[in-house]
Design a protein around this ligand. Structure first.
Ligand code: GRF
Length: 226
């Protein structure tokens, strides 16, 4: 059992030590650089967790190759094979459940998930989004930030709820927007910051420090304010 599954009472008494790393399942659709940073952080033993499966809705996602190289089982559920969105979600939910994760990690997973699935994994599913939420939910965040002339940008890790990019925020990175920035230069710097905050937020969860209660994220029993 990993820390995230130990009861609070047991933790407090320190009677039981976690005997196995927490099981992580990562969902991707593309390049998978965040997946890579999670794999690397686990391998460096900076995260007491293990990626036990990587699932992609895109058969050609490069992240699948990253997972195979790390000898992590991969699974493809192609959304185009499903007529109804709910059927795709159901298939995905069943597969994730068979992998028995403590935490489900969306890392560039480009499908909107429905209410049943997000409720099923409520409090144990996280996403990373390339903006300072609640600003700029949705797509093309870097171009929208530049078009608006704002001077600060970043990334947000949040618990997943049924509302797109709107779940309780866990951790954010902030970077200044420079006068000569393009969507691509901004994307590069935001990505770099993601590789720091996502493993950190995951570490909080797997060590039992992070919880979701009544739609509020708590770190060490203190509500997280951003
Ligand atoms: C990241 O920018 C993340 O914030 C967003 O999708 C992108 C995924 O990039 N959700 P990668 O596939 O991890 O390289």
């Amino acid at each position: 059992m990993c820390w995230a599954k130990l009861s609070k009472a047991t933790e407090a008494l320190s009677l039981v030590k976690p005997s196995e790393p927490c099981r992580l399942v990562v969902l991707i659709s593309g390049n998978g650089t965040n997946l890579q940073s999670i794999i690397d952080t686990c391998a460096a033993r900076k995260l007491p967790a293990k990626v036990v499966g990587v699932i992609s809705n895109e058969p050609t996602a490069y992240g699948l190759q990253r997972a195979r190289k790390a000898e992590i089982p991969t699974y493809v559920i192609d959304h185009r094979d499903f007529y109804r969105r709910a059927d795709f979600d159901e298939r995905l939910k069943r597969l994730i459940d068979t992998l028995d994760p403590s935490l489900v990690i969306l890392a560039g997973f480009m499908r909107i998930l429905g209410f049943d699935l997000t409720e099923h994994f409520l409090g144990r599913m996280m996403n990373i989004h390339p903006s300072l939420l609640p600003d700029y939910p949705g797509l093309n965040t870097h171009a929208r930030v530049l078009a608006d002339g704002v001077n600060e940008h970043g990334a947000s890790v949040h618990f997943v709820t049924s509302e797109l990019d709107a779940g309780p925020i866990i951790l954010q990175s902030r970077i200044p927007v420079q006068a000569d920035d393009t969507p691509s230069t901004l994307a590069t710097r935001v990505h770099q910051s993601e590789y720091e905050i996502y493993p950190r937020a995951i570490a909080w969860f797997v060590t039992g420090r992070l919880h979701l209660k009544a739609n509020i994220a708590y770190l060490d029993d203190t509500p997280i304010k951003v």
